[in-house]
Ligand binder design. Structure first.
Ligand code: THU
Length: 133
């Protein structure tokens, strides 16, 4: 799947964002190694720390559906649903991605389907913690 297609799906997912407190809407779309796409949005809570980010919503949906291998994720976000800048994943989401994704997994942060930056997970979370037992 092309990056532009995955970004468009993330933009669509942003419409489901529940962000009455920050008014910052985020959408994500993650592509599995099996070729499926799972979407996610941020879901806030009156007890703020119970908020779930869009990236984690997407990957948790996929994992709960039995998916464990991933190729890339596209992320978009902006205040009041307007994408004016890039929305890179927070530290917690980077760690959650690292649990299931290889170091060459691609993270795409986008302003539009044509304007985006690609990182590897290794670049965003170098020397990440994994329990190898
Ligand atoms: N947010 C995400 O959805 N993903 C991130 O990686 C960073 C932050 C959400 C959480 C909260 O609902 C809003 O953005 C403002 O922090």
């Amino acid at each position: 799947m092309k990056n532009s297609e995955l970004i468009d799906i993330a933009i669509g997912a942003m419409k489901s964002s529940y962000a009455p407190y920050s008014k910052y809407n985020v959408g994500a779309a993650i592509l599995t190694k099996s070729g499926k796409v799972y979407t996610g949005c941020n879901i806030e809570n009156a007890s703020y720390s119970a908020t779930n980010c869009a990236e984690r919503t997407a990957i948790f949906k996929a994992v709960s559906d039995g998916e464990k291998g991933f190729r890339k994720i596209a992320i978009v976000g902006g205040k009041n649903g307007e994408i004016t800048n890039y929305a890179p994943p927070c530290g917690i989401c980077r760690q959650v991605l690292a649990e299931f994704c290889d170091n060459d997994f691609i993270v795409i942060t986008a302003k539009s389907s044509e304007e985006y930056i690609e990182y590897t997970l290794e670049e965003l979370l170098p020397n990440n913690f994994k329990l190898k037992i």
